[in-house]
Design a protein around this ligand. Sequence first.
Ligand SMILES: N[C@@H](CCC(=O)N[C@@H](CS)C(=O)NCC(=O)O)C(=O)O
Length: 327
Amino acid sequence: MGLLVDGVWHDQWYDTKATGGRFVRTESQFRHWVTADGAAGPSGDGGFPAAPGRYRLYVSLACPWAHRTLIMRALKRLDDVVPVSVVSPLMGRSGWTFDIAEGSTGDPVLGARTLADLYVAAKPDYSGRVTVPVLWDTARATIVNNESAEIMRMLNRAFDAFTQVSDDSAPAELRDEIDRINAFVYANINNGVYRAGFATTQSAYEEAFRALFAALDEIEARLATRRYLVGDRPTEADWRLFTTLVRFDAVYVGHFKCNLRRIADYPALSNYLRDLYQVPGVAGTVSLDHIKRHYYGSHPTINPTGIVPLGPELDFSAPHDRARFSR
Ligand SMILES: N[C@@H](CCC(=O)N[C@@H](CS)C(=O)NCC(=O)O)C(=O)O
């Protein structure tokens, strides 16, 4: 694990000293948008028109943020339109790599050895973290965007001319409600598990842990009376929650010490998780192998032996009770 300073790689762990042991996630820096016609989006510059095969998505199958973009690509059936490269699950001293022997698909575009090579190719003096997901533009040889929330919204609509799937997972009339739930889920659950797991003081851990389980209780209550978080079809809000839930019992309970309850102990959340998993296309985006190998193998300050636990037994394909809610 490390970061780039003026384009040079430095191998160092997160610095939590300045923040009282709290893990604070940094802002993504590449914020251009692919749009249907190449006009500028909500941030960054224009000049990135949607086109089949032009943009490549770089993901880790382990990473919950990258995972949400991969789900959107699967739901919109953009597999041939936006090709994907998968990094190796292990994030070691060189950060994310394209080590094929370790499970990466490699990088056919630049023949890069590490993800940092892509960041430097896009911006030779880049300073900051080298994170997945990355949306790369092969025409301009640069990073369009490295913020998963925004890449999700691009995949949701910008490529509609090249897919049969016109579904909108963030429809305008539900947008305010989706944004409200997303903010709550992000702060307390998606990022909450990391704030618990990467805390370096007891009080920072306890603060994150309490907020996490209070939020899960609140979402459990909401999902006891409705099939999805917002509206009567799965929306972006559900997919953003899903990527944390699907990792929870395998990784966050043990590795990140989020062990008050498992998702399996929540009746509504566990059925909801299976319901979403069984949506066509979604199961193919879930790799518990990459997920477990990444977390247990890449954080030596938390798990120095790197031993990957064999359990728990999980079956997301088992029947669920969610069809009782009318659509
Ligand atoms: N805000 C970013 C966060 C992405 C992120 O933090 N990804 C993690 C993997 S789960 C990463 O690449 N971390 C490497 C690092 O922090 O050095 C997004 O949602 O796209």
